[in-house]
Design a protein around this ligand. Structure first.
Ligand code: SAH
Length: 281
């Protein structure tokens, strides 16, 4: 696995305290394919490419070239629907919108829309698209109006899942324990200008130290034993979606619902996420 440090300027970071991604004045990175980024603003993938009519006098540029094209993301979403059974349109729409290639190293950009996890440095990986989709869909099963909800993400990584969550939910708090990745996520998310994201450098095993309210949902991109702190920070009626390691040492996707009467835990398919680790490094 490739270990790399962010090779681009990183927006201001803060250690040990909450840190907002918004308002960080980083200019949009100049990354491959720069020209295509300029030529192709994000398109709705359901929109036939041929329907893009250039303004009078403008040069018609065919879409479908380069990893930033709407068509490539549309294909990924089609695979999520057909091969992986994702039917929640809110998830599909968000994943159609967020440009996954902007969250991985330039050298890996051409693989960004394949069904694979990719190295993001520091020994960590960006989750596979289907893993992101399944976890968020599981959270949404119990959430009718996500725009009114606050979710906590454990394991910001490069910030991709955080960006998808921020398209769907009203507020997203995301915690990362590795300073370099926290900074990478700041840098990746700043250009999106989302005001509903708060990035925290901290130990997610403790939940969000600054949480004034409970969360409607908690989603973890790293697995092990689910800490009690998460249940304490989950509102009644809320759901945790997390990889958990079973007695057999295998990880399973666990869904934990907090009810008035107690906690209900169910286990879904086998999964493979990086381990939850303590402390900030
Ligand atoms: N959602 C991320 C996936 C990152 S992989 C993305 O879209 O890229 C999981 C992440 O969990 C890693 O970055 C790892 O450092 C982080 N992690 C592991 N234990 C943690 C902890 N206790 N607190 C916060 N983050 C943790």
């Amino acid at each position: 696995m490739t270990h790399r440090r962010p090779s681009r300027p990183v927006a201001g970071s803060s250690a040990g305290k909450a840190d907002a991604a918004e308002g960080v004045g980083a200019a949009r990175r100049k990354r491959f394919p720069v020209q295509l980024d300029c030529l192709h603003p994000p398109l709705a993938d359901s929109q036939p490419q041929s329907a893009v009519v250039p303004a009078a006098g403008a040069v018609a540029v065919p879409d479908g070239y380069g990893v930033d094209s709407g068509r490539v993301r549309g294909h990924m979403v089609q695979q999520l629907r057909q091969r992986h059974g994702i039917t929640d349109e809110r998830v599909l729409q968000a994943m159609r919108k967020v440009q996954r290639h902007q969250f991985v190293d330039t050298a890996l950009a051409t693989q960004a829309y394949t069904e694979t996890s990719l190295p993001i440095g520091f020994g960590q990986t960006i989750s596979k698209p289907q893993a992101v989709a399944k976890m968020i869909a599981a959270l949404l099963e119990v959430i009718a109006r996500p725009q009114e909800c606050r979710v906590l993400e454990i394991g910001t990584g490069c910030g991709y899942q955080c960006a998808v969550l921020a398209e769907i939910f009203g507020q997203v708090v995301s915690i990362e324990r590795i300073r370099g990745l926290h900074q990478l996520a700041q840098s990746n998310l700043a250009p999106l200008g989302k005001s509903n994201i708060r990035l925290v450098l901290g130990d997610g095993l403790l939940g969000d130290p600054q949480a004034a309210q409970t969360f409607d949902g908690i989603i973890s991109a790293a697995g092990g034993r689910t800490p009690d702190a998460w249940l304490e920070q989950l509102r009644t009626g809320g759901r945790i979606v997390t990889p958990e390691t079973g007695d057999d040492g295998q990880q399973y996707l666990a869904v934990i619902d907090r009810h008035h009467t107690g906690v209900k835990r169910s286990v879904r398919e086998a999964v493979h996420f990086v381990p939850l680790r303590p402390g900030v490094i």
